[in-house]
Ligand binder design. Sequence first.
Ligand SMILES: NC(=O)c1ccc[n+]([C@@H]2O[C@H](COP(=O)([O-])OP(=O)(O)OC[C@H]3O[C@@H](n4cnc5c(N)ncnc54)[C@H](O)[C@@H]3O)[C@@H](O)[C@H]2O)c1
Length: 475
Amino acid sequence: MTRPRINGVAPPDPLQTNQTYAQSHRQRFNMAGYAAPKLPTVRVGIIGLGNRGPGHLRTLIQIEGVEIKALCDKNPDKVTTARKHLEHTDHAPALYSEGEDEWKKLCERDDIDLVFVTTPYYLHAPMAVYAMRQGKHVASEVPAAGTMEECWQLVQTAEETRQHLMMLENYSYMPFHLLTINMARQGFFGEVVHGDGAYNTSKMGNNFGRDFYSDMWWLRQYAGRRGNVYPTHGLGPLCQVMDINRGDRLDFLVSMESNDFAMGKKAAELAGDDPHYAEFAGLEYRGNINTTVIRTLRGRTIMLQHDGTTPSPHNLIHGIHGTEGAALFDPSPPRLSKGDHKWVDADEFAALEKQYTPEIQRRMGALARGSGHGGSDMLMVWHLIDCLRNGLPLDQDVYDAASWSAIVPLSQWSVLNRSSSVDIPDFTAGAWQTNPHNMDIQLARGGGSTEIAAVAADSQDKLARQWQRDHGGKS
Ligand SMILES: NC(=O)c1ccc[n+]([C@@H]2O[C@H](COP(=O)([O-])OP(=O)(O)OC[C@H]3O[C@@H](n4cnc5c(N)ncnc54)[C@H](O)[C@@H]3O)[C@@H](O)[C@H]2O)c1
C-alpha cells in the first residue's frame, strides 16, 4: 500500500512499528499496581509554563507535602510570570529559561522526585523518557505520546527504570464521571456493553489566536495531522468504567473523518488582512469531525469523537450502555437509567448519586470544587501526591498512558487508509488479564489524610484571593 503524505511528509507507519515491537517486546517488570517507595515530601519540577503548567503549579502549592524545586520554560517571560504565583509561599524554585534544551538540566537535578511535563504534546514523550532515565517519576499532560514509537518507548522506559509515568487524564475525576466509575464497579450497569466519549468543543478561537498557544503549535498540529489528535478526555473515563488493561483491553479501531470545511477558509480570511497568518493559508487541515470506533477483546465497543472546529455546544457525551443500566453526561443535565427504557427523575437521580458517590469525591470533592475542569484538576493532582507520599500505586499507569495515546497515530493511519481497521497493541504483554484496578476511588489503600484537606482549604482561600487580585477575576 502506498503511504499517503501530509503536507509533503509521509507519516511514520505505526503498523511497521508495532510489528517490530511485537517481535521483540517482553514485559521487563509489571508497572500495573506498582508502588514506589514512600516520599515524605514530593519535590516537583515543572517543564512548560504556558496555559496548563501554571494551572498545575497553583494546584500543587495548595497540597501539603509538595515542594516546588524547579520551573522551566523556553520562554523566559513564562517563567517570570509563573514564579509570581509563589511570591507569598515558601517555595523557592530554581528557574530554567535559557533555550530549547534547558529542561534536561531540570531533569538532571538530584533534588527532584516528580517532573510535570506540560509542554506541547509532541514533546511529552521525549521529555518523559529523559526524566525517567534520570530517576524521576513523571506526570505527563495529555496525550502522553504522539507516535506509536513514543508509546512503546514510554512503556519500555517505565519498566526498565521502575519510575511512574502517569498521564494527567483529569476527566475521570469529574464528579459524574467518578460516580459512573463507581457504579460500574458496583454492578449498577450490569455488563457495560458500549461507551460513547468525546471531546467536542470548538478550539477555533484558541487555535487561530495569535498568542493563545506558544508558536501556534496546535494550529500547526491541525494542519499536519489526521485522525483524533485529542482522544484521552473521552476515552480515559470510559476505560476506567470498562476496566481496560485490567480484565479487558482495546483490540482494534476504525476511524473516519469529515473533510475540513472551516479551518482552511478561516486561515485564508485571516491571511488576507494579516501577514502573520500567511503561512497558514493554503494548508490542508485535518477533518473537522473525527469519529473512531474501538472494539475491545471481550467484544465491547467504544465510540470516540473529536470536534475542535464546529460551533456546536461543548459535549463530552460520556454515555454508558449496560445490560442493566445506562448513564449520559452530555448534553446536560446528566442522566441515569435503571434499565427500564427511561431516565430516572431528579429525586431518584439524587438518591443514586448519594448512594454511589465514591469516597474520594465525598472526602475531597468540596475542597476541589474551585479548581479547573469541574474540580477534576485538584482531585487528580491531590491523589497523585497522596499516593506518592504514602507509597501507593497511582490511578493511571504507563499502559493506560500508552494505549489511550496510541489512538492518536492509529486513528490517523485508519483515516489515511479509507477507515481500514488497525490493531491496538497490547502494551501489557498479556498482564491485562490479571492486572488489578488502579484507580483507588474509595481511598481503600490509605492516604486521603485530612491534614492535607486542612492545608488545602486554608491555602485555597488565600490563593483564590491572590488570583483575583492578579488577574482581575479572569480564570
Ligand atoms: N488535561 C487538560 O485538561 C488539558 C488542558 C489544556 C492543555 N492540556 C495539555 O497540556 C499541554 C500544554 O498545553 P498548553 O495549552 O499549556 O500549551 P501552551 O502552548 O500554552 O504551553 C506550552 C509551554 O511549553 C513551552 N515549551 C515549548 N517547548 C519547550 C521546550 N523545549 N522547553 C521548555 N518549554 C517549552 C512553551 O514556551 C509554552 O509556554 C498540551 O499537551 C495540552 O494537550 C491538557
